[in-house]
Design a protein around this ligand. Structure first.
Ligand code: FAD
Length: 509
């Protein structure tokens, strides 16, 4: 039989559910990726780190598939036209793909499946992006969870119940956690994606379907490489190897943006250049086998579970993708409007609010496409609860700029910070941006990295320069309003305004 495997956000050859299934069936297997015009044409900039990340990751995937007798067919067009057309050209009986849970992707896949079936071909999709999906983790009453802690407990229980070794797409394949030599040996033995000996074989792409240059797709190179953001499976492996040595310190280190605490794997999880099963397995092993790493590994596993929590929120409540507050009563909140709101929002986007930690975070996002988790919470809270600007504007800004932008996690994170979401921060709890700065960047090391004009300020004053005595500012060579903005709002005033704004919800906190 002949099968086409359609790659989307699963740009790897190892531990890949759809590819493993196709090869396991003994088929002749083609692999394809479509640069989807429905997505690319809507991007706000022609210099987009994500498109470059995908492009370079595909080059590596293509090389790996070629080394195993296959290769990647790459198309540039509308996926819902290209895939059925390609399936017909190749004469395949079925198209296999890994499931994507975003509403637009669900609709696209339904259209592709329908077109294929109308043409006498089959469509099969697989769970791959998550350990547990959709309705796999439910309350005892069979309803979706809306609070994280019991969701996590049920997730862990379900994992313990599952016979991992027997799972179809189980936590097998060369694990990122395995020592490099063992990994290489195992990788050399198995065809890409094969978890058991593969009966099928990869078919080479027909001529004329090679990966085009980034420029011919209408995109430019960005600073992805100069920022040292590694792409592809090998890039994910490199980040993982480095993180696995410090996972034990994750719990303490993860909150300090100046410290290399987190894994930086989010963009790889986003585009599937790493298998979440492999990562979850590694974290579990570290929790059980290594007392020194146990707490850090458990905390990190929790973050992977948050990721799945938000995927299931999106699956059960797709309206959150359409701008709705998870808790509908929060749509009664009246946000700032007009020119005043536009000015505040522009200052936030530009990293010019006058609050150094907020501004440094926004500059980190602009320069690199990454923002530290603590800072995502601080900046999101600042937009909604200090500036009174509709959180959906911030959500859209993050969506346009984050390398790891993922609708489920981004929406979940914003609704958490704005208190409108599932298991969110209570609305009357408001981060103080100066206290956060003193606590999580005590020496201003992160701030100084992005705001060199503040670098000469003493640690004590770097978190709130407007409170520094004139002599200190003068000695630091800093003129407020010229070299660095004065604060656009006063936190104490803003806090009261926010409590009044959210007051429409009294009793619903
Ligand atoms: P690590 O600390 O190493 O965590 C490991 C992985 O767990 C991450 O790569 C990510 O896949 C997952 N994860 C960690 N924290 C969360 C979380 N709170 N929610 C969901 N998954 C999590 N994450 C995204 O992947 N894409 C987004 O678009 C996104 N937008 C966010 C917006 C806001 C307002 C907030 C508060 C958080 C957002 N997050 C998002 C979650 C989190 O900030 C990032 O996943 C994390 O900073 C990525 O860095 P890392 O890979 O070094 O994380």
């Amino acid at each position: 039989s002949r099968i086409l495997v359609w790659f989307r956000r699963d740009l790897r050859s190892q531990d890949h559910a759809a590819l493993a299934a196709a090869l396991g069936e003994g088929a002749q297997v083609w692999c394809a990726f479509v640069f989807d015009r429905d997505i690319l044409d809507a991007l706000p900039s022609r210099a987009d780190r994500r498109v470059e990340f995908i492009h370079d990751s595909l080059a590596e995937l293509d090389a790996t598939l070629r080394a195993n007798g296959g290769g990647l067919i790459v198309r540039h067009g509308r996926a819902c036209d290209e895939i059925p057309r390609l399936a017909a050209t190749l004469g395949v009986g079925a198209v296999y793909a890994n499931r994507d849970y975003e509403p637009a992707a669900v609709a696209r896949d339904a259209a592709v499946a329908q077109a294929l079936r109308a043409d006498g071909r089959d469509w099969r999709d697989f769970k791959d992006q998550v350990v547990f999906e959709r309705g796999e983790v439910l309350t005892g009453a069979g309803t979706p969870f809306s609070v994280f802690t019991p969701y996590k407990a049920a997730w862990m229980k379900r994992l313990a119940d599952a016979d991992l070794a027997e799972r179809a797409t189980g936590l097998q394949g060369p694990a990122p956690g395995a020592p490099a030599a063992e990994r290489n040996a195992r990788a050399a033995q198995s065809a890409p994606g094969a978890e058991r000996p593969a009966a099928g074989r990869l078919a080479p792409p027909p001529p004329g379907h090679e990966l085009p240059a980034l420029e011919s797709l209408g995109f430019e190179r960005t600073n992805l490489r100069t920022h040292g953001i590694p792409t592809g499976e090998s890039g994910a492996q490199r980040l993982f190897d480095e993180f696995s040595d410090r996972i034990g310190a994750y719990r303490e280190a993860r909150d300090y943006p100046a410290v290399r605490g987190p894994s930086y794997l989010s963009v790889h999880l986003r585009f599937g250049t790493v298998s979440v099963r492999g990562l979850a397995r590694f974290a579990l092993q570290a929790m059980r086998a290594d007392p020194a790493a146990s707490e850090g590994a458990a905390t990190w596993l929790s973050e992977l579970i948050w990721r799945e929590f938000y995927f299931q929120v999106l699956h059960h409540h797709p309206r959150v993708a359409e701008g709705a507050a998870f808790r509908p009563e929060y749509d009664r909140i009246a946000w700032e409007t007009g020119e005043h709101a536009d000015r505040l929002f522009a200052a936030w986007c530009a990293g010019a609010t006058g609050y150094p930690l907020v501004d440094a975070a926004m500059l980190q996002l602009a320069h690199s496409g990454y923002m530290h988790n603590r800072l995502r919470m601080v900046t999101a809270s600042f937009l909604a609860k200090d500036l009174g600007v509709d959180w959906r504007r911030g959500e859209a800004w993050f969506a346009a700029h984050l390398n790891d932008f993922d609708l489920a996690a981004n929406n979940g994170g914003w609704q958490w910070a704005a208190s409108t979401g599932c298991d969110a921060q209570p609305w009357f709890r408001i981060f103080n941006p100066v206290t956060q700065s003193r606590r999580f960047d005590p020496e201003g090391r992160f701030i100084r990295r992005y705001l060199p004009q503040l670098s000469e300020l003493p640690d004590k004053h770097i978190h709130a320069p407007w409170l520094a005595p004139a002599a200190v500012l003068q000695q630091a060579g800093l003129r407020l309003g010229t070299h660095y903005p004065r604060p656009v709002v006063d936190h104490d005033v803003a806090r009261k305004a926010t409590l009044a704004r959210y007051g429409v919800l009294k009793g619903e906190g």
